[in-house]
Design a protein around this ligand. Structure first.
Ligand code: SF4
Ligand code: F3S
Length: 112
């Protein structure tokens, strides 16, 4: 079992999650973070820390696709072990729907 980051993180990227993870299993893309499913120890500490409610357990409905997404990009992106400043307009992206669609339609800004 593991926790995974969903598209709710896109353009929010607050990195509060990074500050609390005891095993530093977050990986950083341009617009969002992901969790390495094999490194996550399932402690659950990060889930309530995310202001965008972007982190959920893989046992929740609909999370299988996000575990696969997290696994894919954790293998490609660099590790992030310390929180960084969120984007200036991060608050404006909390709760916005269709983030994946937006980024897939703007290839230069894809989370990948
Ligand atoms: Fe890190 Fe725990 Fe969150 Fe997994 S559940 S990413 S180990 S803080
Ligand atoms: Fe993203 Fe939430 Fe972490 S917005 S960077 S999952 S605190």
């Amino acid at each position: 079992m593991a926790f995974a980051v969903t598209d709710a993180c896109i353009r929010c990227k607050f990195t509060d999650c990074v500050s609390v993870c005891p095993v530093d299993c977050f990986y950083e893309g341009e617009n969002m973070l992901v969790i390495h499913p094999d490194e996550c120890i399932d402690c659950g500490v990060c889930e309530p820390e995310c202001p965008a409610d972007a982190i959920h357990a893989d046992t929740e409905p609909g999370m299988a696709q996000w575990v696969a997404f997290n696994a894919k990009y954790a293998a490609l992106w660099p590790n992030i072990a310390q929180a960084v400043a969120a984007p200036d307009d991060a608050r404006g992206f909390v709760g916005v729907d269709g983030k994946m669609q937006f980024f897939s339609e703007n290839p230069a800004r894809q989370p990948a």
